[in-house]
Design a protein around this ligand. Structure first.
Ligand code: ZN
Ligand code: ZN
Length: 175
């Protein structure tokens, strides 16, 4: 996902329109590698302004996270926009606000790198596969959405869902 800014830097043009999709396997964020289940879509432009190169794009893609209760894979759509000046590392902090500065190598935009820089708070802290996910049994690790386990048999009878009843509920849900 590398776009050369050569023409902009040499002032052969004032802006480069960006409108493309590309398939990327993973995005790294906070030491996690998230698999992506969609291409990354980029739409917007990068332009020459009197203050420098300004990037303004909408980004969307879908990543795969794990349900915080049962650890099943959950697709998480990520949609946001990136706006800021493209600056080299060690940029003058008097000139550009931190929030407004996007680090690049001075030649090309690498969108994977830029997305990884700007993902802060765009990924929900925790996701659920469904609102009423029953999670994993703390005793035996069984996924309680799929199977009933026997850890609780000696506990309060009323709390236990008869597996036959659970199946019946599934049938109604599919209807
Ligand atoms: Zn779950
Ligand atoms: Zn159990």
């Amino acid at each position: 996902m590398i776009i050369s800014l050569d023409k902009l830097i040499r002032r052969e043009t004032d802006k480069i329109d960006l409108n493309f999709s590309q398939k990327i396997d993973t995005i790294n964020y906070c030491n996690n590698n998230y698999k992506l289940s969609s291409p990354i879509n980029i739409k917007g432009k990068v332009s020459n302004t009197n203050k420098g190169l300004y990037l303004d794009v909408d980004v969307d893609f879908t990543l795969i996270d794990n349900c915080s209760r049962c650890l099943d894979e959950v697709e998480v759509p990520i949609v946001y926009s990136i706006q800021g000046f493209l600056v080299k590392e060690g940029f003058d902090e008097d000139e550009f606000e931190d929030d407004d500065a996007i680090i690049f190598d001075g030649q090309d935009i690498d969108f994977v790198d830029i997305i990884e820089q700007t993902l802060d708070f765009k990924i929900p802290a925790s996701v659920l596969c469904k609102e009423d996910c029953k999670g994993l049994c703390q005793g035996c690790g069984a996924n309680l959405n799929i199977e009933a386990c026997s850890c609780n048999e000696s506990a309060n009878d009323e709390e236990i869902i008869d597996p036959r009843f659970a199946k019946l509920k599934d049938i109604f849900k599919n209807d």
